[in-house]
Design a protein around this ligand. Structure first.
Ligand code: BG6
Length: 462
């Protein structure tokens, strides 16, 4: 596995802290979590002040890449697009530190922290935000272009759009299909505009999109289940990946939605931009697949588990599909199925359909852990990562062009609505005790995986 990118991933809001320092303005998550009095990322892992230590530990852990995001409200001060030079200086320093330690930066422009000054006029429902995103992207390409080769427009459009506008567990906490469609369209158009700016500016490197990938399985192979699977695939995957890679929204999805909703917000000239400016690669974040069956009788129910009490979550969408639990599978306390075969199947399927290079940009398991000990012995994470890297290697052996693997997360950080107690890091951060960093057993094991170029992975067929 020569030239393979091995590393960890983070996101600005989840790790930086310093929420109002050095000219950073409020993001929609700052406003929402402060207003609701919920656990927030004001300090998080304090990466803003400790990034040098964090990046040094990546190097010492044998990693050769770091996936992170840039905070739009740290870089652009207002709706007029004025630049915060201190924000630029911070990321230049962070990028220079990556290079000093031989760590390849893999940079996401947008990982959910929309400036509040855009949320004030409707956020992703305000079409003006698309051009504002393109301006932000240009400022980043101009300032950091000589330090970055791998760019991502958006992290997980499906996740933040559906959670924000349909399920309602993320800000702006809406339950509105029409608005979900508008936000989804604006995000995918903004992503294409980001690619356009990149191509027209002649910047070096590659640009892609990162998707929260949910490969779909059915409970049986009846026609009804196959229809439910297609519905689930359109809901979870196709509107992001087809649009970003093939340049087209899935036609059956648009036809179906147009029967019940107004799609006049879709503009022909913008579809031409989406068609023309497609991505170079896809990043797939894999946590679990969805096992589905038809759902035609009851009402829509969407419940997300943010408490870590097993058994709370539900996804049932009337006349679309129901997500069910495989009785033979193991689930985390947050109801995430542990199913490495889904990664192997999903990678093969995505490569066959899209035929572009793939990076596994996030994979990990969130658990409660006692980090007061000298070293967290996280054998469950080692076994989880072993089985998923095995799945990735199997897919590579079967011909899929997979070029990197990023553990979520490089170190413990703030897990959105789950607060800080749902830990994913290779390095423990003691949030209650001076934010001290301590590598977990998985950090050392991952180092051995990388040094051996994957040879120490326990391989098996799935
Ligand atoms: C991905 C996101 O959806 O999953 C991350 O890109 C997120 O930002 C990760 O933290 C794990 O999800 P959660 O909700 O358990 O933190």
């Amino acid at each position: 596995m020569d030239k393979f990118l091995w590393g960890g991933a983070t996101a600005s809001y989840q790790c930086e802290g310093a929420w109002d320092e050095d000219g950073k303005v409020e993001s929609m998550w700052d406003r929402y979590l402060h207003d609701e009095n919920l656990e927030n990322g004001d300090v998080a892992s304090d990466h803003y002040h400790r990034f040098e230590e964090d990046i040094r530990m990546m190097k010492e852990g044998g990693q050769n890449s770091y996936r992170f995001s840039l905070s739009w409200p740290r870089i652009i001060r207002n709706r007029e697009g004025d630049v915060n030079e201190k924000g630029i200086a911070f990321y230049k320093k962070l990028l220079a530190t990556c290079h000093e330690y031989g760590i390849e930066p893999f940079v996401t422009l947008y990982h959910w922290d929309l400036p509040q000054y855009w949320e004030d006029t409707g956020g992703w429902l305000d079409h003006g935000v698309c051009d504002a995103f393109a301006h932000f992207a240009k400022v980043c390409f101009d300032n950091f272009g000589d330090q970055v080769t791998y760019w991502t427009t958006f992290n997980e459009p499906k996740w933040f759009v559906v959670n924000g506008y349909f399920i309602g567990n993320y800000p702006p906490c809406l339950h509105d299909v029409q608005k979900t469609m508008i936000a989804a369209y604006n995000v995918m158009y903004a992503s294409a505009l980001g690619v356009k700016v990149f191509r027209e500016g002649g910047y070096k490197g590659e640009i892609g999109v990162v998707h929260s990938y949910t490969p779909i399985d059915g409970v049986d192979d009846t026609i009804e289940t196959q229809i439910a699977m297609r519905n689930a695939d359109n809901y979870s995957n196709n509107w992001v990946l087809d649009t970003a890679v093939l340049g087209e929204f899935p036609i059956d999805l648009i036809t179906r939605l147009s029967k019940d909703y107004d799609i006049s917000f879709i503009k022909a000239e913008e579809l031409r931009i989406i068609k023309k400016f497609t991505v170079d690669y896809i990043g797939l974040n894999y946590y679990a697949r969805a096992l589905v069956k038809p759902y035609t009788t009851g009402e829509t129910q969407l419940i997300f588990n943010h408490t870590g009490k097993k058994g709370e979550s539900k996804i049932l969408i009337k006349n679309w599909f129901e997500q069910v639990k495989d009785p033979n599978s193991e689930f985390t306390q947050w109801d995430t199925e542990i199913y490495p075969k889904g990664l192997q199947d999903g990678l093969l399927k995505a490569y066959k359909k899209y035929n572009v290079p793939i990076y596994v940009t996030e994979n990990g398991v969130g658990v409660r852990e006692d980090v007061s000990v000298d070293q967290v012995n996280d054998d469950y994470r080692i076994s989880f990562m072993n089985d998923h890297i095995n799945a990735l290697m199997n897919a590579r052996d079967m011909g899929a062009d997979i070029r990197g693997y990023y553990a979520w997360s490089s170190f413990d950080l703030y897990s959105w609505k789950n607060g800080h107690e749902k830990r994913y890091g290779l390095v423990a951060v003691d949030f209650k005790n001076g934010l001290v960093r301590k590598p977990k057993a998985s950090y050392y094991w991952f180092k051995d995986v990388i040094t051996s170029k994957g040879e120490i992975i326990k391989r098996r067929e799935l």
